[in-house]
Design a binder for this molecule. Structure first.
Ligand code: PEP
Length: 241
């Protein structure tokens, strides 16, 4: 079963309206790529980005959502609001949210349910810390995060991103053999293993993307820092052909 490569950019807390020209340049690369190309800008830019990307192959996503659809939750954004602004995906359970906001897997699971109900595809992030890897716990941690973060009726309408925490924003990347082993393991834990895309994230850049994307169980990349640079992001996209 072939799974279309997904190259997703996570802009984190970067991006102003003056950066919207990025999408004009990206549209050229997305339009000729075999990969699905996704950018998750800050929610303040979603509507303007959606207008800018209309008619292009670029897809947009949010970086988090609330579990509810409306309510007294100052500062939060509902999944349905992201969808209304033009998002079709949402990153959930990113390690920065799990650590900065103490998000548990059960909260991520509830958010994923809300996202699915709103018509968004959740990209659920899992990954071990350096201490956990060194203690030989990486597989147990990832299994527990998957078990706790995926709603029961997920089917294949979900994307997983394996992001070893120690590789995010550090310039360190997991070795191809470690990534291959973890992705094969993750696939054994999925309700719809043949059709669910599993992305790798953690310092993906032009110099390592081709090797990582060539691995059997790697169906794309979640890219942080390099997604802010059009040349770097375009050359990562190009590895998908
Ligand atoms: C991320 O934010 O999900 C990420 C993988 O960041 P970076 O590519 O900068 O390591």
């Amino acid at each position: 079963m072939s799974r279309r490569i997904l190259i997703a950019g996570n802009w984190k807390m970067h991006g102003l309206r003056s950066d919207l020209g990025f999408f004009d340049a990206l549209a050229v690369h997305a339009g000729k790529s075999n990969a699905e190309v996704l950018v998750c800008p800050p929610s303040t830019l979603l509507s303007a980005a959606a207008e800018r990307c209309a008619g292009t192959a670029i897809r947009l996503g949010g970086q988090d959502c609330h579990t509810g659809a409306t309510g007294a939750h100052t500062g939060d954004v509902a999944a349905v609001m992201l969808h209304d602004a033009g998002a079709r995906y949402v990153i959930l359970g990113h390690s920065e949210r799990r650590s900065d906001h103490a998000e548990s897997s059960s909260l991520v699971c509830a958010k994923a349910g809300a996202a699915l109900s709103a018509g968004l595809t959740p990209i659920v992030c899992v990954g071990e810390t350096r201490e956990q890897r060194e203690a030989g716990e990486a597989f147990d941690i990832v299994a527990a995060q998957l078990g706790g973060s995926l709603p029961a009726a997920t089917g294949s309408g979900i994307v997983i991103a394996y992001e070893p925490v120690w590789a995010i924003g550090t310039g360190l990347t997991a070795s191809a053999s470690d990534v291959a082993r973890m992705h094969a393991f993750i696939r054994t834990r999925l309700p719809e293993p043949a059709t669910t895309r599993v992305l790798y994230g953690g310092s993906v850049k032009p110099g390592n993307a081709a090797e990582l994307m060539a691995l059997d169980d790697v169906d794309g990349a979640l890219v942080g820092g390099a997604s802010l640079d059009i040349d770097a992001f375009a050359s990562i996209i190009a590895t998908a052909g």
